[in-house]
Design a protein around this ligand. Structure first.
Ligand SMILES: NC(=O)C1=CN([C@@H]2O[C@H](COP(=O)(O)OP(=O)(O)OC[C@H]3O[C@@H](n4cnc5c(N)ncnc54)[C@H](OP(=O)(O)O)[C@@H]3O)[C@@H](O)[C@H]2O)C=CC1
Ligand SMILES: O=C(O)C1=N[C@H](C(=O)O)C[C@H](O)C1
Length: 261
């Protein structure tokens, strides 16, 4: 039985993850954490009526025997949360996006020091993991690429963690390249999107969307578009489940679900 605490349980992803833990006979939800909630117990939340799980609102009040910390919170909270988990011997399974490269490195160092397994996954969806792998493969042959990520309009960070991760994977295999016309100008600043190592990333935010990404490649006389869609947040739960099952077996913190698949 894997004992789990879920941070951000009031939110879209945290509530879905809490339900996944409750529904899994091999997992036990032993705590939930959400900084601004008033609940003393998860059962006070209408979506979880009948559940008896302590709810916490401040890191220094958390008392738990959890071995896994699932985090779907906000970019400004996740680093402190993951540090807390590692310092208390709890393996972090982090879905929250928006951490800096330095923060990720610091967490990896701490996990190694403490000999604790952990995972930061910019995307727990299998379609997104495959899209990133396929895009990396295609970039060897098509160095000209544009990334378009599309999300619901409540998303805080942009570009998405998945888009940044896609760009990083592409940058690993292609020589640095400034795309387009070197004399190009932007009549309205930002028209060409964000720039990462010569690639352009475009962030679309619209009600009705969940999480979607297209990677467009262009070459002489041809093009290739790779697309993935998360139509429902349940799409992320297969990956979260695998991470919860496996993360305690490791002694380092990985970035990317592919390391545990
Ligand atoms: N890796 C993946 O596969 C996926 C990652 N994500 C990422 O997960 C994160 C959460 O997304 P989503 O569920 O849509 O966002 P929500 O805004 O729905 O949920 C975030 C929750 O965290 C709470 N919160 C805020 N501060 C803290 C804190 N200090 N400690 C604990 N909880 C806190 C928020 O409370 P309040 O509203 O009161 O501020 C809210 O309930 C985002 O970074 C998103 O990019 C999303 C989908 C998939
Ligand atoms: O905020 C979201 O919704 C999502 N965030 C992650 C990201 O930033 O890539 C993963 C997925 O795209 C959904």
């Amino acid at each position: 039985m894997v004992k789990v605490i879920v941070a951000g349980y009031k939110g879209r992803m945290g509530s879905t993850a809490a339900q996944m833990v409750i529904d899994n006979p091999d997992f036990e939800l032993v705590g939930v954490y959400d900084a601004r909630s008033q609940d003393q117990n998860l059962g006070e939340d209408d979506r979880f009526k009948g559940q008896d799980v302590p709810a916490f609102h401040a890191l220094d009040k958390i008392k738990t025997d959890a071995t896994v910390w699932i985090d779907f919170t906000i970019p400004t909270a996740v680093y402190e949360n993951a540090t807390f988990a590692l310092k208390h011997g709890i393996s972090p399974v982090i879905g929250t996006t928006g951490m800096t490269d330095t923060q990720v490195k610091n967490l990896q160092t701490l996990a190694k020091e403490k000999q604790i397994g952990g995972l930061i996954a910019p995307n727990f969806g299998i379609s997104a993991v495959l899209l990133m792998q396929f895009a990396q493969q295609a970039a060897k042959y098509f160095p000209d690429v544009e990334i378009i990520e599309m999300h619901h309009d409540d998303k805080i960070d942009s570009p998405s963690g998945t888009a940044i991760s896609t760009a990083k994977k592409i940058a690993e295999v292609r020589a640095p390249k400034e795309q387009g016309n070197p004399d190009a100008t932007e009549t309205i600043p930002g028209a060409r999107g964000a720039e990462y190592e010569g690639m352009r990333i475009h962030a679309v935010r619209l009600p009705g969307l969940v999480a979607h990404e297209e990677v467009m490649f262009g070459g002489p006389g041809e093009g290739l578009t790779i697309r993935q869609d998360s139509f429902d947040r349940i799409s992320f739960m297969t990956g979260v489940k695998v991470a919860v099952e496996k993360v305690n077996q490791y002694h380092e913190l990985f970035v990317g679900l592919e390391h545990l698949l």
